[in-house]
Design a binder for this molecule. Structure first.
Ligand code: UD1
Ligand code: CA
Length: 457
């Protein structure tokens, strides 16, 4: 069945006190509006129109990978006015449209499917997702007569009786497009905020004797974010939900309260995660990994049986059985092979490191292609920048790079070579060669005594 939706994302978000449009604030690493888009898609809603206004270009920029269309609300005159701005999207359509606020990221895909189903089965003109909150302040209240929904009254327009109502409007609805469009023309802004409210449509439909209804769901899914306090609350709920999913899939998380996993991260069974890990973006972690404390891994693919400790890995790949850290920094576009050792205070930038290679301590490898089975001594540096250009270092298989070697790029070190410790390598090294590039040692006999430098007791 074809399904379409509008997402309201044009508001300023005054209460969040930010230069960034509110819907671009992130929850568990993803912008709120993108949570809503992705969940709608998972709930089989294909055709999505996002209404943009405040920071329109930024919102478009941050959602464009998701293949949605846009409507522009130049002036933010309220949620009802926002829906009206999407009239071009609605006018040639028949049937049902979902309307969702862009600031409520906790809704689940199953609930979206239930909403469409309940709406269709009931023959309603509008079906609202609602919930019961202990503290309903700030939300629109669902006003009922016996069991029937009569209207929604915004918090600021409630009388004393209405303020006591704890059933709230989530800002998520299904509407029959034709009845919705009819009502849009008759909205008024005669209310305490002087805005055109989409919520008024409910009362208008009811007065026309059309059926409206509500689906009451778990309060957590309906929470909207207006302030940074609510942003942190929603973050904590989603974090717990994500961590529970991984726990249920067979991942050990020693302290879920201090483990931060993005919503799109995948983790294999029997991986153990210690406190203080931050896993972001589209990161994939294989089975049986040990993530010791305090790493940040962003948009990276980590194999199986990998051990990582106190390190930062960005947009890179790490092969099976490899160990990283403590205190390693793997920068974007690096590909680390299998059974590799990237040790303490090692930085790898835009380089490939072949299987079984060891880069154990205090080393910088940038813009390099390193083969298999190599050993880097402590303090090796690829000198990849000549002040103008970044140049490449190529190292073959089974090469031994002595401690404190400088590899002045562009330079190639072939297979099966040795470089003496302390060398500064400016010329290529051919297969089978030992390269020594340092001043010869000279010892001057009796020098200390002659200078009178022997310390007296
Ligand atoms: C809205 C509902 C309220 C509901 C609550 C749920 C109305 C009038 N009120 O209130 O009943 O309980 O959500 O969280 O709808 N927006 C626009 N253009 C505008 C104004 C807002 O696109 O002119 C967008 C905002 O970007 C936001 C969404 O609509 O994503 C909701 O706006 P907001 O101002 O947060 O509405 P609430 O006061 O929370
Ligand atoms: Ca809101």
């Amino acid at each position: 069945m074809y399904k379409c939706a509008l997402i309201l994302a044009a508001g300023q978000g005054k209460r969040i006190k930010s230069d960034l449009p509110k819907v671009l604030h992130k929850v568990c690493g993803k912008e709120m509006v993108n949570h809503v888009i992705d969940t709608l898609r998972k709930g089989n809603v294909e055709d999505i129109n996002v209404i943009v206004g405040k920071g329109a270009e930024l919102v478009k920029e941050n959602t464009k990978a998701r293949n949605v269309s846009y409507s522009l609300q130049e002036e933010q005159l309220g949620t009802g006015h926002a829906v009206k701005c999407a009239i071009d999207f609605l006018k040639n359509k028949k049937g049902t449209v979902a309307v969702f606020n862009g600031d409520a990221p906790l809704i689940k895909e199953e609930t979206i499917e239930e909403l469409f189903k309940a709406h269709k089965e009931s023959g309603n003109s509008a079906t609202i997702l609602t919930s019961i909150l202990d503290d309903a302040s700030g939300y629109g209240r669902i006003i009922r007569n016996e069991n029937e929904v009569l209207k929604i009254v915004e918090h600021k327009d409630c009388n004393e009786e209405e303020l006591k109502v704890r059933e709230i409007n989530s800002g998520m609805y299904c509407f029959e497009i034709e009845s919705l469009v009819e009502c849009l023309d008759n909205l008024s802004n005669d209310n305490s905020q002087g805005e055109y409210y989409i919520t008024d449509v409910i009362g208008m439909m009811k007065e026309k004797n059309e059926k409206v209804g509500a689906l009451v769901i778990n309060y957590e899914e309906t929470l909207g974010v207006n302030s940074r306090v609510q942003l942190a609350e929603v973050e904590a709920i989603l974090r717990k939900r994500i961590n529970n999913k991984h726990l249920e899939n067979g991942v050990t998380i020693i302290d879920p309260n201090t483990t931060y996993i993005g919503i799109d991260v995948e983790i294999g069974q029997d991986t153990i995660i210690y406190p203080g890990n931050v896993l972001e973006g589209n990161t994939v972690i294989g089975k049986n990994c040990l993530l010791y404390p305090n790493s940040r891994i962003n948009n990276s693919i980590i194999g199986e049986d990998v051990e990582i400790q106190s390190s930062v890995i960005l947009e890179s790949e790490v092969g099976n059985n490899t160990t990283v850290g403590p205190f390693a920094y793997i920068r974007p576009q690096s590909v680390i092979g299998k059974n590799v050792r990237i040790g303490d205070f090692v930085e790898i930038k835009k380089s490939t490191i072949g299987n079984n290679t060891k880069v154990s301590h205090l080393t910088y490898v940038g813009d390099a292609e390193v083969g298999e089975g190599c050993n880097f001594g402590c303090g090796t540096v690829t000198v990849n920048y000549d002040g103008k250009n970044k140049n490449k270092t190529i190292i073959g298989n089974n090469s031994f790079i002595g401690c404190n070697t400088n590899l002045i790029s562009p330079v190639t070190v072939e297979d099966n070579t040795y470089i003496a410790a302390g060398s500064t390598i400016t010329n290529d090294v051919k297969s089978g060669e030992l390269a020594v590039a340092r001043a010869k040692q000279r010892n001057i006999e009796g020098w200390v005594d002659k200078k009178g430098l022997i310390k007296k007791k």
